[in-house]
Design a protein around this ligand. Structure first.
Ligand code: PLP
Length: 286
């Protein structure tokens, strides 16, 4: 089935949506993005994604082509036009095209490019991996220094996923100066007793929207949260490990660099947080 996508104010069949070869997203990875999940035809954590999008644009002195309300409307219209029950909406904004290649930013009146498309993922919240858990390897974090800006420079995370796949694993946790930063497309956590440990916010990691919600729910459920760096060795000796992201929600990790966590079985804290996150986010979905 041909999807209907959104490009610069128009809803178009996917094969009719075209952008310039001079678009800076294509030439310079000069663009930012968001991925919002859809469950039961409704948007999960839309507000958080809209706020982070604005922050990414501001950090890069890029114009926002759309208001929050218009953006919400476009998301909802794409869900409707593509009949999405469960899945994701991908949004990308680039600095647009000035009709040539130049390192310098084009003038402020160059219109940004905005693209949105849907990805149907029926039964997305019932992923079998939530029951079995995932295996990760560790790799060096070789990304740029502003990982808090959600840019489309995803080559190193792609390489990380390929390294994980080659090792027979599901993902990679990145390590810098001896401590885990985050997963290739998710935030990383360990659990020790009643304490959830995850790296503090800084330029070193993406400020996950799911992370913010999960830490809030954890605190409400009287769990202790410690925001600090942790090592792979500490993670391997932890009671539990898990990741969060908009598309995986909360997903248990049962093996790190070949060492089993909890004898290779998902733990109760990850399971509980997943349940709370899914319940609460569905209730608040737009
Ligand atoms: N960290 C990185 C590097 C990511 O790419 C992502 C999501 O794409 C996340 C964390 C999780 O962020 P969110 O919960 O907002 O999806």
């Amino acid at each position: 089935m041909t999807r209907t996508v959104y490009l610069n104010g128009e809803y178009l069949p996917e094969d009719e949506a075209k952008i310039s070869i001079f678009d800076r997203g294509f030439l310079m990875a000069d663009g930012v993005y968001e991925v919002t999940s859809v469950l039961g035809g409704k948007l999960i954590d839309f507000e958080g994604h809209a706020v982070r999008l604005q922050r990414s644009l501001d950090e890069l002195e890029m114009q926002h082509p759309s208001s929050r309300d218009d953006l919400l409307e476009v998301h909802r219209e794409l869900v409707r036009l593509n009949d999405i029950t469960d899945g994701m909406i991908y949004l990308q904004i680039t600095r647009g095209s000035a009709g040539d290649r130049d390192f310098a930013y084009p003038s402020k009146d160059t219109p940004p490019t905005i693209v949105l498309f849907t990805q149907a993922k029926p039964g997305m919240a019932d992923s079998p991996m939530a029951k079995t858990g995932m295996k990760v390897i560790s790799i060096a974090d070789e990304r740029w220094g502003r990982r808090d800006i959600k840019t489309v420079q995803l080559l190193y995370p792609s390489m990380g996923k390929m390294m994980a796949k080659a090792a027979g694993c599901d993902d990679a946790w990145m390590v810098e100066d001896g401590a885990v930063t985050e997963g290739t497309s998710n935030n990383a956590y360990i659990v020790k007793g009643n304490t959830i440990i995850t790296r503090q916010l800084s330029h070193d990691i993406l400020h996950g929207i799911t992370r913010a919600a999960v830490l809030r729910f954890a605190a409400e459920a009287q769990m202790q949260v410690e925001e600090r760096p942790f090592t792979i060795e500490e993670a391997q000796a932890a009671d539990e490990a898990f990741i969060t992201s908009a598309s995986t929600f909360v997903m248990p990790v049962v093996e790190i660099d070949g060492a089993a966590i909890r004898a290779g079985t998902p733990g109760p804290v990850a399971a509980r947080l997943r349940e709370i996150y899914l319940d609460e986010s569905r209730k608040a979905a737009l």
